[in-house]
Ligand binder design. Structure first.
Ligand code: PSU
Ligand code: MN
Length: 303
């Protein structure tokens, strides 16, 4: 299916010569943040990956191809075009077949990265088991993708819009290592703590690179979740943000929103309720993930 990929020459050259490449997603641009902060975030994240010595490859669907590496113009398009499809595994074939623009989630970015041969992927937060699972059974396709697609995803954990204990149980069932970077606790995106202890944690990216290498040698398949807490001075007050999130979930239920619209709805409501404070934290934690993810990719290729 290589004909379905449109890889930039720079990324292809890096892949051919065993140089570190780091994938980035486009749903965070089109549906995760408002314009113009989203395009600034996307551009600077790519620059930070480069500073670490790796090549960034933002992934999206355009013109019937999975684009691996976007131009500045493409980033701008994904940042400001209204109505771009949010594409998870389920939606990929349709959006490719109809030639529409598609912003890739963690799940579909992992699929694109894996098809291209990219082993590392930096984002903000991953999807998970939504609160109220017993009623609506909303589990992000990101979790199943982590269970089967061999890409390392570096994030700041998952937002407490999700049911974090059930998210961890699900990942354990799927055999996904969740590795803390300089923390023994699952970070909850805006905050460093969730109260959930991790089975695995390391203080250096070199040690994590060795674990990833061993997993590849074992041929186990499936992904790895590396979780990197938001820096202390950028973290939000836990009680404050938990209150904002609870209000957003209550309002969402009243508005009858669910399915694939749930996550974008909640992200938007949180930015609004915090008057942009959450947006700043969100952007800062992506930069922090880009530093750690870029370093991890470089360390892996130096082993
Ligand atoms: N969490 C965030 N920001 C995001 C997302 C999640 O803090 O932008 C996006 C990612 O693209 C993730 C997707 O893959 O939402 C999950 O959506 P869903 O819950 O519908 O699977
Ligand atoms: Mn869902």
């Amino acid at each position: 299916m290589k004909h379905l990929l449109d890889i930039t020459p720079e990324v292809q050259e890096a892949l051919d010569n065993n140089k570190p490449v780091v994938a980035l997603e486009s749903t965070i641009i089109s549906h995760g943040m408002p314009y113009p902060q989203n395009v600034e975030m996307a551009t600077k994240t790519e620059a930070i990956i480069r500073e670490q010595g790796a090549i960034p490859a933002t992934i999206a669907i355009m013109d019937g191809k999975i684009k691996i590496g976007l131009s500045e113009e493409d980033l701008e398009t994904f940042a400001k075009t209204e109505g771009i499809a949010k594409v998870s595994r389920r939606d990929m074939a349709e959006i490719l077949a109809t030639g529409r623009l598609g912003a890739t989630t963690v799940a579909s970015t992992m699929i694109g990265a894996n098809l291209a041969g990219i082993k590392f992927f930096v984002t903000g937060g991953i999807g998970g088991v939504h609160r109220g699972f017993e009623e609506h059974m909303d589990v992000s396709a990101d979790l199943d993708e982590l269970g089967k697609t061999d890409v390392v995803v570096i994030s700041a954990g998952a937002k407490s819009i999700l049911d974090l204990p059930r998210t961890m149980e699900y990942l354990e069932t799927k055999g996904v290592p969740v590795i803390g970077y300089q923390t023994d606790e699952l970070p909850a995106f805006f905050t460093r703590e969730s109260g959930l202890k991790l089975a695995s944690h390391f203080d250096t990216t070199e040690e994590i690179a060795k674990v990833v290498k061993m997993k590849h040698e074992l041929g186990l398949g499936g992904g790895v979740s590396v979780v990197n807490p938001i820096p202390e001075d950028q973290a939000m007050d836990k009680e404050y943000i938990d209150g904002v999130i609870q209000n957003a979930i209550d309002q969402m239920e009243k508005d009858g929103v669910g399915g694939k619209d749930a996550t974008p709805y909640l992200l938007g409501a949180i930015v609004e309720a915090t008057e942009g404070k959450s947006l700043k934290a969100n952007i800062d934690l992506v930069y922090n993930n880009a530093r750690v993810g870029g370093q991890l990719a470089v360390d892996y290729f130096n082993l």
